[in-house]
Design a protein around this ligand. Sequence first.
Ligand SMILES: *[C@@H]1O[C@H](CO)[C@@H](O)[C@H](O)[C@H]1NC(C)=O
Ligand SMILES: *[C@@H]1O[C@H](CO)[C@@H](O)[C@H](O)[C@H]1NC(C)=O
Ligand SMILES: *[C@@H]1O[C@H](CO)[C@@H](O)[C@H](O)[C@H]1NC(C)=O
Ligand SMILES: *[C@@H]1O[C@H](CO)[C@@H](O)[C@H](O)[C@H]1NC(C)=O
Ligand SMILES: *[C@@H]1O[C@H](CO)[C@@H](O)[C@H](O)[C@H]1NC(C)=O
Ligand SMILES: *[C@@H]1O[C@H](CO)[C@@H](O)[C@H](O)[C@H]1NC(C)=O
Ligand SMILES: CC(=O)N[C@H]1CO[C@H](CO)[C@@H](O)[C@@H]1O
Length: 630
Amino acid sequence: MCGICCVVSLSVQHTAEDFFKKDLLCNLSRRGPNRSQQLTRTVSDLSYQCLFSGHVLHLRGSMTPQPVTDINNNVFLWNGEVFSGIHVEAVENDTQVIFHHLSSCSSESDILSLFSSVRGPWSFIYYLASTHSLWFGRDYFGRRSLLWQFNNELDKAFCLSSVSALSESDNQWQEVPASGIYKIDLKACAISKSLVLTLYPWKYRFKENEIEETFFNGLDQISKDLPACVSLRMNDSKLSLITPVVPLNRTVSENSVDSHCTNITNGIVTVEDLHGFLADEHKKKLVHHLIDVLSEAIKRRVLYLVRDTGQLSGKILSKPIRKAHVAVLFSGGIDSMLIAALADRHIPSEEPIDLLNVAFMIKEQNKQTKQKKQLELHSCEECFKKLDTTPVVNVSCFNVPDRITGRAGLKELETINPSRTWNFVEINVTLEELKRMRQQRISHLVYPLDTVLDDSIGCAVWFASRGEGFITNQGDLKPYTSSAKVVLTGIGADEQLAGYSRHRVCFKKYGLAGLNEELGMELGRISSRNLGRDDRIIGDHGKEARFPFLDEDVVSFLNSLPVSEKADLTLPRGIGEKLLLRLAAKELGLTASTVLPKRAMQFGSRIAKMENNNEKATDKCSRLQSVSVD
Ligand SMILES: *[C@@H]1O[C@H](CO)[C@@H](O)[C@H](O)[C@H]1NC(C)=O
Ligand SMILES: *[C@@H]1O[C@H](CO)[C@@H](O)[C@H](O)[C@H]1NC(C)=O
Ligand SMILES: *[C@@H]1O[C@H](CO)[C@@H](O)[C@H](O)[C@H]1NC(C)=O
Ligand SMILES: *[C@@H]1O[C@H](CO)[C@@H](O)[C@H](O)[C@H]1NC(C)=O
Ligand SMILES: *[C@@H]1O[C@H](CO)[C@@H](O)[C@H](O)[C@H]1NC(C)=O
Ligand SMILES: *[C@@H]1O[C@H](CO)[C@@H](O)[C@H](O)[C@H]1NC(C)=O
Ligand SMILES: CC(=O)N[C@H]1CO[C@H](CO)[C@@H](O)[C@@H]1O
């Protein structure tokens, strides 16, 4: 994870530095605490100047300060991870390797095929001196943030950056759409005094040499959000990138609805209900294929980091304790359980795994609702008893649903691997702290997104990934701060395996074909809805978000299956949604967690209950707007 930024001035009166705000620098350096560096390129006969700012979080290989340059005056900023696709030796650095490949590209299509072959998350900025062009963009899913800002009034200046800062006076920042990669011809810009962006969009390759011919139709969509002085076009020769995943299989088979589960009565789902499905050889094969690709994806994400085995965080009863290098955003739900269980396969056995579990204090209740809350907890306890686990239910204000399922999930993981140290980190957030940190930091990171949902999830993920809380040690709660630099999150599972309740609504109304449309659309917009935001939020702690469900091989496998293999929404909640994932979890030896219904983070952590006054998730969030400093 790194912070990258480039400011371009096309004005004779102003240097690029004049446009480079101090708070921007400050916010960038939090993403890359290990090394910050600036570099300027001035081309005075064409009157443009570029300032490149690179901030490095060191995770793998040798420390490589950014920006990197070469003898041809090219400049490269890289915020990414090459997990595969391009060969990187253990002693090499991916920033250097990609830059080296770029430097030896002799045409635009060479550059495009390079970025088409990288597997892993990335955003980058590349200045190619010989053609005076600036290239930049985000990977196919948009797993790394990149924002742009075009300066209208001072004309002739623009900026690209991993993060920005909310302020009242400035021009708007926007997320760079993850529709492809972009090129700006700075020489042409400086001469014509107008800004033209060339977009090279992603296209599917169906067979060898057979590239999707359909015209990319996102151009208008992107253009309409740009200021009038900026125009967007595509290359005349229709150059494009090749998507790293196969297209979604939209096959709707006639009799895909079989009823293994007719015995589910009164809506109570138990883990036994999953048995029937696994008796089917075909299903079982798919389940094992999913486990294999997901396990590989997690392996890449937990092994590619520096593991200094000498690092100890202290001693307990003369037994050395090792530092955790990997943490999981952990609700105890199916997605985070599966990630934790598979991470356990690959992380060295003596190394702890941090399970980050966030809870927001429920507002002081009046008596009536307090009773209701206790009832709610009580019935939850009942349902757990039915599922044969005994949660430690303590009626405390932080005992939110995710805390309860989190504790139960911990027990299951301890059963799967009793010798592993599982650090269940209880992160309790009070209203006061929430307000303070939102104002100081979180609102700037969520920006330019602005809804109530962005606020809830942004805040919940920020506190969870900070990793400051308490762990239980020999019966006592003691303060604990997670040292893990890699944070695994389950995002992408619901979008691909029909986990959200809106998918049930969609299925009821429009059937499987409609559900296909919905899922395809949701994966297409995950960059702008979630990933840029989550990357900015988690990166703010000098940590790196990694998303196993959005590994290219995992997505390709899931995309290749008809939707009826992934979910069966004729079945009740807790089993029908993400069915294939539940079966995988069952095969891994998980128990009650395999049949927990989906619960969105904002409700599970109770942040949505904390302040809101019957807002809709899609409303603009007034709490994010204020920039006043008191
Ligand atoms: C990078 O910075 C982090 C956070 O400040 C620190 O824990 C780590 O030791 C640094 N790594 C190197 C190689 O300097
Ligand atoms: C390359 O170096 C950067 C900065 O030190 C670091 O963040 C990144 O993890 C390294 N990558 C590899 C593959 O070594
Ligand atoms: C389009 O691509 C071709 C082939 O690489 C290149 O020669 C040409 O300059 C590009 N056109 C524009 C407008 O960028
Ligand atoms: C429940 O909470 C009380 C304080 O609110 C605490 O004293 C007690 O130890 C807790 N019990 C468990 C089992 O966590
Ligand atoms: C955090 O909340 C839990 C309830 O989930 C409670 O048991 C624990 O005591 C709280 N910790 C602190 C330090 O308040
Ligand atoms: C889509 O799924 C059907 C049914 O399983 C299968 O026959 C077909 O080969 C799949 N198509 C692709 C492109 O994977
Ligand atoms: C750490 C830091 O510098 N944060 C800043 C990010 O930007 C906002 C907006 O200017 C500042 O208020 C923060 O202090």
